[in-house]
Write a protein that binds this ligand. Structure first.
Ligand code: AMP
Ligand code: ZN
Length: 116
């Protein structure tokens, strides 16, 4: 738990957020401002400010592997409809606004490449 972190509060159940997936390490819930018909976030229960922070943690491979694995679970049902996109914004220039590591898993529409 870190002071004034909205995702730590969500993980702690402070807002009664509905978890679409949860286990001892990771939760997933709907993004508040969905930018696709399906847009969920995959979030470690442990607070890491961003991907660089998680990647230098003592169990980096375990944490990051788990997050990607859960992202694949959350996207699984979209494969038959054309696929899904997983995004990690790292740093303000990349669009990160919540500084608790999270993966966006988005589906249900075409995603352009390169992204904006
Ligand atoms: P990023 O810009 O990559 O840091 O993504 C942060 C995401 O968190 C945005 O897509 C927001 O819509 C989402 N978000 C912020 N607050 C909440 C919240 N309380 N519940 C669900 N999603 C949130
Ligand atoms: Zn946090």
């Amino acid at each position: 738990m870190t002071d004034a972190c909205v995702f730590c509060d969500i993980v702690a159940g402070k807002f009664g957020t509905k978890f679409l997936y949860e286990d001892e390490d990771v939760v997933s819930f709907a993004d508040l401002h969905a930018v696709a018909p399906s847009h969920v976030l995959v979030v470690p229960r442990e607070h890491f400010a961003d991907l660089p922070a998680a990647s230098t943690s003592s169990d980096a491979i375990g944490v990051l592997g788990k997050l990607l694995n859960v992202a694949a679970k959350m996207g699984e049902s979209a494969i038959k409809d054309g696929g899904y996109r997983v995004v990690i914004n790292s740093g303000p220039q990349a669009g990160q606004t919540v500084f608790h590591l999270h993966l966006h898993v988005m589906a249900g529409r075409h995603f352009a490449w390169p992204p904006g």
